[in-house]
Design a protein around this ligand. Sequence first.
Ligand code: NAD
Length: 414
Amino acid sequence: MSNNPYETFIRQLENGAKVLGIGRDVVEVLKEPERVLEVSIPVKMDDGSVKVFKGWRSEHSTALGPAKGGIRYHWNVTKDEVIALSAWMSMKNALMNLPYGGGKGGIRVNPKELSDAELERLSRGFIDKIYKYLGPDQDVPAPDVYTNPKIMAWMLDEYEKLVGRKAPGVITGKPIIVGGSLGRNHATALGGFFVLREAVKVKEGKNLEGMTAAIQGFGNAGSHMAKFLAEAKVKVVAVSDSKGGIYDPNGLPIDEVKKVKSETGSVVNFDKAEKISNEELLILDVDILVPAALENVITEKNARDVKAKYIVELANGPITPEADDILNEKGIFDLPDILANAGGVTVSYFEWVQNRMGYYWDEEEVDAKLDKKMTKAFKEVYEAMEKYKVPPREAAYVVALRRLVEALKSRAVV
Ligand code: NAD
């Protein structure tokens, strides 16, 4: 079975459409991205040579507003992956009731092999190629895997130079000093934490205290999630990154692990815990499993061995459709990516709103607004689960598709 994320999206779309009884015309419109830019970016390397990198920006749907979604730097990025990620953003933004369509970008590069100066030239070069299609009312990028606020600031600066005016709302996930929002850095994880809290409340009528968790990926999403879970007295027994994982049944000291990761580049250098592989981490006997790295990590090969009661998909597309069926049969409460990791784009939306007002909120206000949005979205998904007797992912698609269909109908596209 193919693990092409675009095919996964099509299946999820068809499933949601079937539940709602949506016509073929809507499905056909949403199957195709509205626009995909493919560019090559020549970069002068520090040694004087020139390297050419490939990049894409996909705008999947703008029925609900400007395209919105991150830019990923990864050595395996493909056009299909970028299109699928942009389609998931359309669904996510619709589910969260944000005034945005879906977009995503990617450059095929291993950023770890580039110097800071090379990375800056690459980031500015990408904007040079696509800036005509970007804008606060057109298409608004943000960080994703291996991109960060520093890169967003270079991109903002390049865009503003090219258009000849300040436009902080063209990109989100910026450093605070150039218009970023407080709370954006931890927003993806905090949003996931809020929906997990609600799920445990409706399923078991209790809070998270005393539960155990394993987290795959210790970057922005995964490391903040580890912190929030530990603060809620959840025992985080395992974490991992691209080099492997660490395990301690008594719970890992998250701050210490964070320090080791930032000083040495990997959690595996934390020597007061057992080493485990990324594959072993996924099937640990824990209450909560958090995939927070890349796509397709839970497949029909390992889904039967997953023991967690709750999955929080901080990563986009970590579970294949075949695995999804198996997890549903097992009665695992799987909080789908378009809900579980929507905290990032929600605070990106708050950042964009603040940029447009020129008035900035404090962190407590941002976190409280995020809690309200995430809790509301969870309740809508849960209502759809009950009403249509479907698992959480299908229910999330139902809520999102209802809004997208209404927008497409209002615009007389369908
Ligand atoms: P990041 O670059 O900060 O961290 C990625 C982490 O994944 C790193 O720890 C890296 O070592 C690890 N990793 C990479 N390859 C791996 C592998 N093969 N096995 C195990 N670990 C691996 O990225 P991030 O922003 O934390 O994004 C992680 C996931 O969350 C992605 O799927 C992304 O699309 C999703 N996401 C992020 C945001 C956000 O705001 N940052 C929002 C929504 C969704």
